[in-house]
Design a binder for this molecule. Structure first.
Ligand SMILES: Cc1cc2nc3c(=O)[nH]c(=O)nc-3n(C[C@H](O)[C@H](O)[C@H](O)COP(=O)(O)OP(=O)(O)OC[C@H]3O[C@@H](n4cnc5c(N)ncnc54)[C@H](O)[C@@H]3O)c2cc1C
Length: 384
C-alpha cells in the first residue's frame, strides 16, 4: 500500500491539532469530553458507510491515522467511549441490522451512550467458549432474561450499555448456542457492578452480575445462536489505526523515562543507556511494521505478532522506568488520601499497569497459540 500523508491530510492534521489544542486540556469531566468530541464530529471517523451515515464525519484511512496520532500527541484524556466507537460500532456495521445501526450508532457518534464489553467470566477468559451466563427467552413478551457473572469488565461503572456473550441454547456446549445481546446497564436489582481495585489503586474494571436482566429481542445481534461468529468478528476489528496512535503514546512515555534518566543521572549508566536505546529502536520497528500492514491484506498472524511486540515492549518500558527511578521507586506513597489508598509517581504507575499488557486483549500464550496454529500450521492444541 502507498502510505503517504498528502496535502489534504496535512490540512486535516492542522484542523485536528488546532481543535485539540483548544479543547483537550479543558474539562476534567470525561463524560463531558466525550460529548464535546461527538458534538464537533470527532467520533466514528473510520466507520464504514456502506449502510448509511450515523452523524459521523467521513475520513480516509490516512486521516483516521492523523487524528489518532494528534490525539495521542496532545495527551488528550483516555477515552471512555472507546469500546462503543471501536468495538461495538464496527460489529453492528458488519453483523447488525438497519434498525440496530439506526438505534445505537448515532448516540455513540454523539458521545452520549457509553458501552462495556461483557465477554470474560470467572471460568471463561482465554477459553471464552466456556461462557456460562445464560439468556432465556421469555415466552410472553419475547425478551431475553440474562443471568450470570462477567468479570474484568472495563468501564462497566461508566457504561450505559453492555454487549454480552450469553448462552441462549440450553445444554449447548462450547461455541455453539451462544448469542450476542445488547443489555442496558440501568436495571437496578438486575444488574450490579462491583469495582475491582487494581495494583495501581484505580478501579477501571469490574465484576458485573446479571440477575434476570432484560434484553429486548430486537437487540440480539447476528441471529440467535450466532454469538460466537459475532464475538470473534468483533475481536478481529482491531486495526493498525489505533496501533499507530498507541505508539505515539508510547513515544511520549519513553521520552519521559529518558528525561527522568537524564535528571537522575541514570543515563550515564551504559547498561541503562543501552536499554533505553533498544526501546527507542524497537518502537521505530513497531511503527514501520504497523505502517506496512495498515490497510493492506493482513496475514492471519499479524495482529498476534503486533500484540506480542507491543505488550512485551510496554512491560519492559515499565521495568526500565523503575530501574531509572532507582531505589526510590520501591518506596511507598508520598501522600495518602481516603479515596486513594496510595499515590504513585509516573514510573511506578507505568510499571504496575503494564503488568496487564501481556494479559488483556488475549494473553501472550494465546497469541503464540494462534501464530502456531494459523500461521505455522503446527498441530492444534488439544482442548479436551
Ligand atoms: C486491564 C484488563 C482489562 C480487561 N477488560 C476486559 C473487558 O472489558 N471485557 C472482558 O470481557 N474482559 C476483559 N479483560 C479480561 C481479559 O480478556 C482476560 O483477562 C484474558 O482473556 C485472560 O483470561 P483470564 O484472566 O481468565 O486468564 P486465564 O485464561 O485463566 O489464563 C491464565 C494463564 O493461563 C494461560 N493460558 C490460558 N489458556 C492457555 C492455553 N490454552 N495455552 C497456554 N497458556 C494458556 C494464560 O496465558 C495466562 O497466563 C480485561 C483484562 C485486563 C487485564
Amino acid at each position: 500500500m502507498d502510505f503517504d500523508f498528502g496535502p489534504d491530510d496535512e490540512r486535516f492534521r492542522t484542523r485536528a491539532r488546532d481543535w485539540l489544542g483548544e479543547h483537550a486540556n479543558g474539562s476534567a469531566d470525561r463524560r463531558a469530553w466525550e460529548r464535546q468530541l461527538g458534538a464537533d464530529g470527532w467520533i466514528g471517523l473510520g466507520w464504514d458507510r456502506t449502510h448509511g451515515t450515523y452523524g459521523n464525519r467521513p475520513a480516509t484511512l490516512t486521516q483516521q491515522v492523523v487524528w489518532a496520532e494528534e490525539y495521542a500527541r496532545a495527551g488528550a484524556p483516555a477515552r471512555l467511549g472507546h469500546i462503543g466507537e471501536n468495538l461495538l460500532a464496527p460489529t453492528l456495521l458488519a453483523h447488525g441490522d438497519d434498525a440496530q445501526r439506526a438505534r445505537f450508532l448515532p448516540p455513540v457518534a454523539r458521545g452520549e451512550e457509553l458501552w462495556c464489553q461483557g465477554y470474560s467470566e470467572p471460568g471463561a477468559g482465554s477459553d471464552l467458549a466456556g461462557v456460562r451466563t445464560r439468556a432465556v427467552r421469555d415466552p410472553g413478551d419475547g425478551t431475553y432474561r440474562v443471568t450470570g457473572q462477567k468479570i474484568w469488565t472495563s468501564l462497566a461503572h461508566e457504561a450505559d450499555w453492555c454487549f454480552v456473550l450469553a448462552r441462549t441454547e440450553e445444554d449447548s456446549h462450547r461455541h455453539h448456542g451462544l448469542s450476542f445481546l445488547l443489555v442496558p446497564m440501568d436495571q437496578p436489582g438486575r444488574v450490579e457492578v462491583r469495582p475491582i481495585r487494581q495494583l495501581t489503586g484505580d478501579a477501571e474494571f469490574n465484576e458485573v452480575f446479571f440477575d434476570g436482566a432484560v434484553a429486548r429481542a430486537e437487540h440480539l445481534v447476528g441471529g440467535a445462536g450466532q454469538g460466537w461468529r459475532v464475538a470473534m468478528g468483533l475481536l478481529a476489528t482491531e486495526r493498525g489505526v489505533s496501533t499507530l496512535a498507541q505508539q505515539i503514546g508510547f513515544a511520549r512515555e519513553l521520552d519521559r523515562v529518558v528525561r527522568l534518566a537524564l535528571r537522575t543521572g541514570a543515563a550515564a549508566d551504559p547498561v541503562l543507556r543501552d536499554r533505553l536505546t533498544r526501546q527507542w529502536a524497537e518502537l521505530k520497528t513497531m511503527r514501520w511494521n504497523a505502517l506496512r500492514t495498515l490497510g493492506g491484506a493482513q496475514d492471519p498472524g499479524a495482529p498476534s505478532v503486533a500484540k506480542l511486540l507491543w505488550g512485551g515492549w510496554h512491560q519492559r518500558l515499565g521495568e526500565l522506568a523503575v530501574r531509572v527511578r532507582g531505589a526510590a521507586a520501591a518506596l511507598g506513597p508520598e501522600r495518602w488520601t481516603a479515596d486513594r489508598p496510595y499515590a504513585l509517581d509516573d514510573a511506578q504507575r507505568l510499571f504496575l499497569f503494564s503488568r496487564a499488557d501481556t494479559i488483556y486483549g488475549g494473553s501472550d500464550e494465546i497469541q503464540r497459540n494462534i501464530i502456531a496454529e494459523r500461521v505455522l500450521n503446527l498441530p492444534k492444541e488439544s482442548r479436551g
